[in-house]
Design a binder for this molecule. Structure first.
Ligand code: ADP
Ligand code: MG
Length: 256
């Protein structure tokens, strides 16, 4: 059984006359698999990530998304989160006045309640976050600071992967988690993401650089162009794109 099955997904910017962005996306992700979507800026990668999370500024006009045998498009964003979907944003937001620790414990306990697991008290919660902090080289003072407030770009990205690790999701989406990172931060983020690989979990990595894929080896690489997945291959496809760019694929499509 597939974890996530996207069929003919079309979406546009919500509102009258909103621009069409996704023009028929087909993608199946099984538990245990890591998929990467690559593509030029503006090809619709972030829109796909946001639509999967249920962002209201996009309207699905056609197609279906089945997640764990349920109709994902019927769920609101909160339900999707409770059902184990986690999106690490391309541009993490700062939330002044809400401490990371408060926010994360609430998020973790919300999911645990939904799964019928006992909620964590402050002590158990700290135990849980400690390992992940070490893993992602997160300074423990982060927990007492407002979410992402005053964090550098690299710190925000590490913090996103840290939050992802703590929340124990079933389906992870990472949108350009590598952009703006120096090589050391990139390795830390990749290492964190690698530890998320699990037989019962699916991971979708959105990126337009192949360098992250040097550290996280995807099972499948997809190329997105103008709102569609136009090519799928193994990890070698990422190297091919690095070397030759998107031109050969564009030409091939134009000639077809
Ligand atoms: P990618 O992540 O692949 O760079 P995006 O999904 O962010 O691409 O965007 C795809 C295209 O849709 C871009 O041309 C972008 O400007 C446009 N777009 C995305 N969201 C909106 C929006 N809310 N309103 C208007 N245009 C949008
Ligand atoms: Mg994007």
């Amino acid at each position: 059984m597939s974890l996530l099955e996207i069929k003919g997904l079309e979406a546009k910017v919500a509102g009258v006359g909103g621009r069409e962005i996704l023009k028929g996306v087909d993608l199946t992700i099984n538990a245990g698999e890591v998929h990467a979507i690559m593509g030029k800026n503006g090809s619709g990668k972030s829109t796909l990530a946001q639509v999967l999370m249920g962002k209201e500024s996009y309207e699905v006009t056609s197609g279906s998304v089945t997640y764990q045998n349920k109709d994902l498009l019927e769920m609101d964003t909160e339900e999707r989160a409770r059902e184990g979907i986690f999106l690490a944003f391309q541009y993490p937001v700062e939330i002044p006045g809400v401490s990371t620790s408060y926010f994360l414990r609430a998020a973790v306990n919300e999911t645990r309640k939904h799964r019928g697991q006992p909620i964590l008290d402050a002590k158990d919660f700290l135990k849980l976050v400690k390992d992940k902090q070490t893993l992602l080289k997160i300074d423990s003072s982060f927990m007492n600071r407002a979410i992402n407030e005053g964090f550098s770009g690299g710190e925000k990205k590490r913090n996103e992967v840290f939050q992802m690790a703590v929340c124990d999701p079933i389906f992870c989406i990472m949108d350009e988690t590598d952009s703006g990172l120096d090589i050391d931060a990139l390795k830390v983020v990749a290492q964190g993401a690698n530890t998320l690989r699990r037989p019962d979990r699916g991971i979708l990595i959105v990126t337009h650089y192949q360098r992250l894929l040097d550290y996280i080896k995807p099972d499948y690489v997809h190329v997105m162009m103008d709102g569609r997945i136009v090519k799928t291959g193994g990890p070698e496809l990422a190297h091919e794109l690095e070397e030759l760019g998107y031109d050969p694929i564009e030409k091939q499509l134009a000639g077809a």
